[in-house]
Design a protein around this ligand. Structure first.
Ligand SMILES: C[S@@+](CC[C@H](N)C(=O)[O-])C[C@H]1O[C@@H](n2cnc3c(N)ncnc32)[C@H](O)[C@@H]1O
Length: 511
């Protein structure tokens, strides 16, 4: 057979459609009747995407397909490997990025045995992708295995679909809103509350498998609509690492990435490892990991990531509804802050009367509170009646505490008012001397606001913000740490603001 080129592929798709084209490529490859440098099995996933794109059938966002980059697939496989279970399942396998990485990791012999014993299960609603995955495995590990692979073309959320007993799962579920609840689904509270496919997949995987490694958006960690998923998670145990999406992004690691080239819009993600060890409940968390693109390889290491996951198993309840993502070295500061505080920000700020503080809604490396009405989109105004408390709130918003709180419990695009309102405050614990110092700093900052104005273009419009010298933040932090009875140096907060994972003092000059 002559060499098969991309033009032949596109012509075939136009003539026969994607399904028949792939059927022919796969069966010929299996029989070793196919010659092409381009159509190496490692490229199948990518080539399938090109085909889909050509047929103009999908829009990545609509279908919620964020394919797992190789380095992430390897990391997830390394977490899956030691988890003990007889059957291995890839839910939403697509063309096989995850399961192929896993099989490669465990090596030819183990992979062969697993498959030939009928212990490998694949699930996908996309028949062609599922076929590519199944054939690729057979091409790699032996064509006699083709019929040993349990490839399930299905809607995974259908009640009819059940994971095998004694199984472990690797999965990158679809990220998309549930538009119609399937007639044959198990309509759980998680499905109803979240109306998201990914959380519904997590729930089913957690409930039906023994252990799992799942990559998803990170929003289930804190957002209100995933509270019922977190309640389910209380019955299991493991750990979660979560990743910010700027400057570096988990989904931008692909070599020939076609779909994932848009840096700004890519999702913030989390990898959940369900270990189900004996005698514990709850999940341990990493901080929200912010990394530079050139730090990616150093960061995506099992050992390193495990070293920054907190020891504490978090459980949620009606009083503590969200998980927090805290740096190891700051966990005592967080405990002390939450314990010593006797009020929440919402108790002393209002929306009507008093002194105004303007707060930009977006915050990347710090939060800002200003007396001046900033000339920008995306700001809110809060009011504080009492002058001394006003200065305290002003300092709190310009300190690390407000920003850090948002990173702990949210860290998304905007800083919501609900987060601001729930910031623990300890005004009553400040000594008179400390209150005086806070007043002094606040007034100096207020008088100097115009000196530190910065501008950034966004959506064709100049957006005003304030970038105070870091000394102000440090001075406030110092007083607040003292008021909380914490002996740490203010530098302990440097990493909270850093844009780099490994360099604590790296620039934080973006808003
Ligand atoms: C984010 S992609 C992941 C693909 C691949 N596992 C990877 O990691 O690169 C999600 C996959 O889930 C599949 N999927 C979407 N809805 C599904 C459903 N209801 N049941 C089963 N699979 C589904 C999609 O076809 C797609 O292959």
């Amino acid at each position: 057979m002559a060499k098969y080129l991309i033009e032949d592929y596109i012509n075939d798709i136009d003539k026969k459609g994607l399904k028949k084209t792939w059927h022919s490529i796969l069966s010929k490859t299996l029989e070793k009747e196919f010659e092409s440098d381009l159509f190496e099995i490692d490229n199948y996933g990518e080539l399938y995407e090109i085909g889909l794109e050509h047929e103009n059938k999908i829009n990545k966002k609509e279908m919620g397909k964020y394919y797992t980059p190789k380095d992430v697939a390897l990391l997830m496989s390394e977490w899956l490997e030691p988890l003990d279970a007889e059957n291995v399942c890839d839910v939403g396998c697509g063309a096989g990025n995850l399961i192929l990485a896993y099989l490669e990791l465990i090596g030819k012999e183990k992979a062969y045995n697993l498959i030939s014993n009928g212990n490998l299960y694949l699930y996908d609603v996309d028949e062609i992708a599922l076929g590519i995955c199944k054939y690729t495995i057979a091409i790699k590990y032996g064509k006699e295995l083709l019929n040993k692979i349990n490839a399930k073309h299905c809607d995974f959320l259908s009640k009819k679909v059940k994971l095998p007993k004694n199984s472990k799962v690797i999965s990158n579920p679809p990220y998309y809103k549930i538009l119609n609840i399937g007639e044959d689904w198990d309509v759980t509270k998680v499905v109803i509350d979240s109306k998201e496919l990914y959380s519904s997949f997590i729930e089913k995987i957690i409930k039906q498998s023994n252990k799992s490694v799942i990559i998803t958006p990170y929003s289930f960690i804190g957002s209100g609509k995933f509270y019922s998923l977190r309640q389910v998670m209380n019955n299991y145990n493991g750990f979660v690492v979560s990743f910010d999406n700027v400057p570096g992004n988990i989904f931008n690691g692909r070599k020939h990435g076609i779909f994932n080239s848009n840096k700004g819009n890519s999702v913030r993600s989390a990898i959940t490892v369900v270990e189900n060890k004996d005698g514990v409940n709850g999940f341990r968390f990493s901080p929200l990991i912010r990394f530079k693109t050139d730090e990616r390889a150093k960061m995506l290491k099992k050992k390193y990531l495990e070293s920054i996951i907190n020891d504490r198993y978090q459980l949620i309840d009606s009083k503590k509804k969200a998980y927090y993502k805290c740096h190891n070295e700051l966990i005592n500061v967080l405990d002390q802050w939450e314990n010593v505080s006797d009020q929440k920000m919402g108790n002393i700020i209002g929306t009507k009367d008093g002194y105004e503080i303007f707060v930009p809604t977006t915050c990347r490396y710090f939060t800002v509170g200003s007396k001046r009405e900033l000339n920008r989109d995306g700001k809110r105004v809060v009011h504080v009646e009492d002058k001394e408390k006003y200065n305290y709130v002003y300092c709190m918003l310009n300190s690390t505490f407000a920003y850090w709180y948002w990173r702990l419990y949210d860290g998304g695009i905007n800083c919501p008012l609900t987060i601001i309102n729930s910031i623990p405050i300890f005004f009553n614990k400040l000594t008179n001397e400390q209150k005086k110092e806070i007043n002094k700093i606040a007034e100096e900052m207020q008088n100097n606001e115009t000196k530190y104005l910065t501008y950034k273009m966004n959506a064709g419009k100049k957006q005003e913000n304030i970038k105070f010298p870091i000394e102000y933040r440090n001075n406030i932090n110092k007083i607040f740490l003292e008021a909380l009875g914490i002996k740490s140096d203010v530098n302990i907060f440097n990493r909270v603001h850093s844009s780099s994972l490994f360099v604590e003092s790296e620039d934080d000059n973006d808003e």
